[in-house]
Design a protein around this ligand. Structure first.
Ligand code: G3I
Length: 344
């Protein structure tokens, strides 16, 4: 019998995992119940999942995850109220069905912006209102920074139509609907990268100065066995904590390839690769533990290697980024993470 990850880390921070609704029964459900205290919907709570067409909210899949969590004594954190991906195209069309971004007439552009922000406000309030008793931790906006794009902001329809007003609207609506206990996060990947980190810092500071209710930064932490450095990940958390913000690791996994490497290990992953992964997970969790004052939770993006977004993106190949293998057995990385918990 193996130790429970959640119990092993009980003195430090909660451990979570992203799941799909179909994983709430069977062996996967048992594995989750044993090892994690938080659940996140990998897809079921994204904008297109919850409001595929205007005012037509579909709750079934999201409810299933919330029910499973309640039955099992776990908590749910929400991902994500706003995103540029997996969002219904209807949000960005005017009353005549024309894409808002194509509008050139200033009066109509202003009316479109108002309409889009109203739709967003309704989306956020409806969802937060429904789940506010069950969910306390929310990804309010996801992946809004893109250093190569417009002003360092992602050039999404949200940004092109409203500037940063959509971010402000989403946080204010979430606070009003969720109340003071709701913890509201801005979530992004690559937050260790100085260009991205600094643009995010600038945006968050500007928002806080305006009284926008942001409580913390979600660091996705989709990393690889070759990088980025653990120091750069922690340094970013320190920087945001100096603004008085909380930090969460929201989507942790560790690819066994370098980002620009196109090779494929096939069915047999070399032992030295699994060992390298374990060593890096050990180093990472030691740093997380040492920084528990500025880090309040660690969520994996999945639980076992049989189900990971990396197997289809960027290419279909053998991936093994998590702590359990395809047969749901503990990997060297699992034991490394357990070991880190014991070191003082
Ligand atoms: O549900 C449909 C199914 O009906 C259809 O037959 C099938 C055919 O492609 O697609 C299914 O939808 C897929 C969905 O996952 C559910 O499995 C989408 O194609 C696929 O694009 C989608 O991928 C998700 C991805 O976000 C979308 O960008 C991944 O599962 C999910 O892990 C990933 O999660 C993101 C976070 O939200 C944000 N941060 C990065 C992270 C990894 O990309």
């Amino acid at each position: 019998d193996i130790p429970s990850l959640a119990e092993t880390y009980a003195d430090y921070f909660p451990i979570g995992a992203a799941i799909e609704p179909f994983q709430t029964t069977g062996l996967k459900a048992e594995l989750l119940k044993k090892h994690v205290n938080w659940l996140v919907a990998e897809n079921a709570m994204k904008p297109a999942s919850l409001q595929p067409t205007e005012r037509n909210f579909t709750w079934e899949n999201a409810d299933r995850i919330v029910e499973f969590a309640k039955e099992s004594g776990m908590e749910v954190r929400f991902h994500t109220l706003v995103w540029h991906s997996q969002v219904g195209a209807w949000f960005f069309k005017d009353a005549e069905g024309k894409p808002m971004v194509d509008e050139t007439e200033p009066g109509k552009r202003e009316a479109n912006k108002k309409l889009l922000l109203e739709r967003l406000d309704t989306h956020v309030r409806t969802i937060v209102d429904r789940y506010k008793d069950d969910i306390k931790s929310w990804d309010v906006v996801n992946e809004v920074i893109e250093p190569g794009d417009l002003d360092g902001m992602r050039a999404s329809d949200w940004y092109k139509i409203t500037g940063t007003d959509y971010i402000e609207t989403a946080f204010r609506a979430a606070r009003e609907a969720g109340g003071p206990d709701a913890k509201l996060y801005i979530n992004d990947y690559g937050t260790d990268n100085p260009a991205k980190r600094d643009r995010l810092y600038e945006l968050v500071k500007e928002m806080l100065d305006k009284g926008v209710p942001i409580d913390g930064v979600g660091h996705q932490t989709h990393i690889g066995i070759h990088g980025p450095s653990v120091d750069s990940i922690i340094e970013s958390m320190r920087k945001f904590s100096e603004l008085g913000l909380d930090n969460l690791v929201t989507e942790l996994d560790m690819s066994i390839y370098a980002w620009n490497d196109r090779s494929d290990f096939g069915a047999d992953i070399p032992d030295n690769v699994l060992k390298k992964q374990a060593d890096r997970y050990r180093e990472l969790f030691e740093a997380f533990k040492a920084n528990k004052d500025i880090l309040s939770g660690v969520v994996f993006w999945g639980i076992a290697d049989d189900h990971t977004w990396l197997s289809s993106f960027p290419m279909k190949r053998t991936e093994a980024p998590l702590l359990f293998d395809k047969q749901l057995h503990a990997k060297p990385a699992f034991w490394a993470v357990v070991d880190s918990s014991k070191l003082v």
